[in-house]
Design a protein around this ligand. Sequence first.
Ligand SMILES: CC(C)(COP(=O)(O)OP(=O)(O)OC[C@H]1O[C@@H](n2cnc3c(N)ncnc32)[C@H](O)[C@@H]1OP(=O)(O)O)[C@@H](O)C(=O)NCCC(=O)NCCS
Length: 417
Amino acid sequence: MSELRTRDVVEADLPAILAIRARSFGPLASGGDAWWQRVSAETLDGRMIAVVDESDTVLGAGRIRPYEQAWGGRHLRMGGVAGVYVEPSARGRGVATTLTRALITRMGELGDVVSCLFPTTPSLYRRSGYEIGGVQTRTTYAGHLLRELGTSRRGTDREAATTGLRPARPDDAQRLQDVAREAGTRHGVSGPMLQSVATLRGTLERDELNAYVVDGGHVLYDLSGDALTVEELVATTPEAAATLWGVVGSGTAAVPTVHTYLDPRDPVALVVGGLPSTEVQQVPWMGRVIDFAAAFGARGFAPQVSVEVDLVVSDPEAASNTGRWALTVGGGRGTARRIDEAVVRADGVGVPGDGIASTRHDDGSVLRVEARGLSALWCGWSVSRLRQAGLASGGTLDGDAALDAAFACQPYITEYF
Ligand SMILES: CC(C)(COP(=O)(O)OP(=O)(O)OC[C@H]1O[C@@H](n2cnc3c(N)ncnc32)[C@H](O)[C@@H]1OP(=O)(O)O)[C@@H](O)C(=O)NCCC(=O)NCCS
């Protein structure tokens, strides 16, 4: 087998990578050229890595998109891994595994503290410490139900319901992001990504979506398919929500079906006067912790939760995560303090000389996880479930309850990348 090496992608590599993409997913759809140029420009500067053979032929590539993602209502730097393709004749010999490891190292260097991706096969990413974090949910409503939300509100207070309603302009991009950030914080959400101001401005400039603002909210929706698709609807007041759903509903005389990509617990579910369609689409995504101390210190926690608990992590691919950690949570903030450089074997047993076996704490009373277990815990899987999946060992019931309280969340993503 030829020797594999990784290096940054340069502009001259792009045709070869696009050819591998075509051999993996077929040719770009119409309009795909502009998308390819855009994501390439976004990632060429150190966010796109190639695996090459000894003759520097590109065998595979992948990119890290620069995103922000909410965890406990606070926004963290997240590397969105995408565009992973391997030349078909080079598959099955570790090209993608080599690439994934290089992407994880690079995210650590860039300061992305967590990572997410939409996998075609989970096993590839599991071996590098990713686990299922949640799903992107598409919920479908009959349009008239949403239209009624708008008309019922107008009947009571027409003026209040429509204050400030107008089409969004490119210079509204910052405002859209501010409203989305504030809503994520207020609801203490985990998972959703915050679109960058530049991305929002580009979307508005290119007129890609129907976009409306109202005092206290905005909506972005698409009319290009058979249905109307709400890509984002953020409202900070009931009036703003009613007005925006009214705008969406007004389009449904022509297009009676409305798909929505929303928080599965979006309050619209509490006010809409009918049930969504039983056909719900869910696309699973995987998450990974890249820099545990930084991520834990940056994410939000439920303000009333007060926790002190230790955790032992073994993560050879993101070595800075490895060690025994003292976790403290209080007042909505957390601290992860490394106690030692403990290393555990795959079977969860301490390795003599590597720290854990020699520490005074090595009585099995501290929960031990490897990278996948850490990622699952981060994404709100309870310790009892991790144990059942073989992703955690040791610990005590009290410790489990403390970890569950700290990491409790129901993460979701509304985007796809
Ligand atoms: C998926 C893909 C990237 C794997 O590349 P690769 O270099 O062959 O992967 P590796 O040799 O490193 O394999 C690593 C592991 O991934 C998993 N895997 C790889 N190809 C797989 C497939 N077709 N189906 C299921 N699992 C697969 C296996 O667990 C494999 O480990 P194993 O060989 O010990 O069983 C490659 O097949 C590809 O480019 N496919 C088309 C595009 C695509 O799906 N990209 C991924 C987007 S998330």
